[in-house]
Design a binder for this molecule. Structure first.
Ligand code: NAD
Ligand code: WQD
Length: 349
């Protein structure tokens, strides 16, 4: 895929990470020129090799910290951005409880710097990575964007709620910024090429990476965290969305903001499939989709887990004209293909 000198440039902070790298692919496919800023705190340079292999060309990438004001200002001065997608953040819920200031500094300072630089350099459009974590355990399901946010369960979750409020307040203060905060549900899967995917560092805390590593023999056994919840099979329910569907939602968000004649605006959108699935259903679907049987046992509940959460996606469909297209089986097959690729690399090296 050739680079076009006229393609609108989109700053993608955290573009070497899991969701960012897939969004880079979707942006190029849609005719944008992504410009990554990533400090590789939670990603690896090999993601850029994967992007090069998928796209058939290099992607512009600055190895820089989004909190480094002089460097970020120089990037804004040198590049002429149409918009910003701000993925860069720390995201480990447990670590955020132990090291709250690390999370507040990284996640909030980087956003505030962007909100200073965007009007200064005439960059109008912002897409922000928020999370369904802001809902906690909602009283009614599915959750709409009107569902009240709950006091955050963790400093990480708090940074997402505070970030949303910061963006809203800055827009309300007449700053010429049009912003969409996307509240992602549970992103899973990988690019179907298996050239990019999720790269969890250490022991994964999330279900799908742990499941994949168990199936690959890296972990002995998957523990299902509790089967005594008030759900059809007793295990927790989440809304698992293929990361390429999520990536395409970002492209649509950039398109919608670019076409809007508003000078300033702010809105939030749920980005999920609209379907809730139990942990046991994920295991069963994985086994059926891949033919691999998984070693798992039922363990106690994980402290802090919400019982069930899944999205009402009507607003995203209306505002973005977007809907998740890929099935759960496809997500799990793609994640498994990526895991096998990772495992074969380990054996070879
Ligand atoms: P990730 O860790 O794979 O990607 C984040 C990227 O940002 C990494 O490459 C990391 O190196 C980079 N980064 C972090 N701080 C930086 C800084 N100060 N300067 C430059 N780069 C920096 O995470 P992800 O899963 O791709 O998540 C992307 C965004 O989506 C995050 O904001 C996360 O909070 C949010 N989110 C993720 C999930 C999920 O389950 N993965 C769910 C909801 C929301
Ligand atoms: C899913 C389900 C577990 C691991 C996290 C973050 C949240 C948001 C999304 C960023 C739960 C169960 C898990 C295991 C299991 N991220 N599970 N065995 O809890 O929805 O949320 O990702 O914003 O902030 O907290 O995702 O993948 O950890 O868990 O049974 O080994 O799988 O109990 O029911 P979660 P998860």
């Amino acid at each position: 895929m050739a680079s076009s000198g006229n393609s609108p440039k989109i700053l993608v902070t955290g573009g070497a990470g899991f969701i960012g790298s897939h969004t880079v692919v979707a942006l190029v496919e849609a005719g944008f020129e992504p410009v990554i800023v990533d400090n590789f705190d939670n990603s690896q340079k090999s993601a850029l090799d994967g992007l090069r292999a998928i796209l058939g060309r290099d992607v512009i990438c600055y190895d820089a910290d989004c909190n480094d004001a002089p460097t970020m200002e120089a990037i804004f001065r040198d590049e002429s951005f149409r918009g910003v997608i701000h993925f860069a953040a720390h995201k480990a819920v447990g670590e955020s409880v132990a090291k709250p200031l690390k999370y507040y500094r990284n996640n909030l300072d980087s956003l505030m710097l962007l909100l200073d630089l965007m009007p200064k350099y005439n960059v109008p459009n912002l897409v922000f990575s928020s999370s369904c974590t802001v809902y906690g355990q909602p009283e009614r399901l599915p959750v709409t964007e009107e569902t009240p946010r709950r006091p955050a369960q963790s400093p990480y979750g708090n940074t997402k709620a505070i970030s949303e409020d910061i963006i809203r307040d800055v827009v309300q203060a007449n700053t010429p910024i049009k912003a969409l905060a996307l509240r992602y549900f549970n992103p899973v899967g990988a690019h179907p090429s298996a050239l990019i995917g999720e790269l969890p560092l250490g022991v994964p805390a999330n279900l799908v990476p742990y499941l994949m590593q168990t199936a690959a023999g890296i972990r002995q056994n998957l523990t299902v965290h509790g089967n005594d919840y008030n759900t059809p099979d007793g295990t927790c329910i989440r809304d698992y969305i293929h990361v390429m569907d999520l990536a395409e939602a970002h492209v649509q968000a950039v398109n919608v903001l670019s076409k809007s004649s508003d000078e300033r605006s702010y809105d939030v959108l749920n980005i999920g499939t609209g379907h809730g699935e139990t942990v046991l259903h994920i295991i069963k679907t994985f086994e059926e989709a891949t033919g691999v049987s998984l070693r798992y046992t039922i363990g106690p509940r994980r402290p802090g887990d919400v019982e069930q959460v899944y999205a009402d996606v009507t607003k995203a469909q209306t505002v973005l004209g977007w809907t998740a297209r890929r099935s759960l089986a496809e997500s799990l097959r793609d994640a498994w293909r990526w895991q096998k690729k990772l495992s074969s690399n380990v054996v070879e090296s």
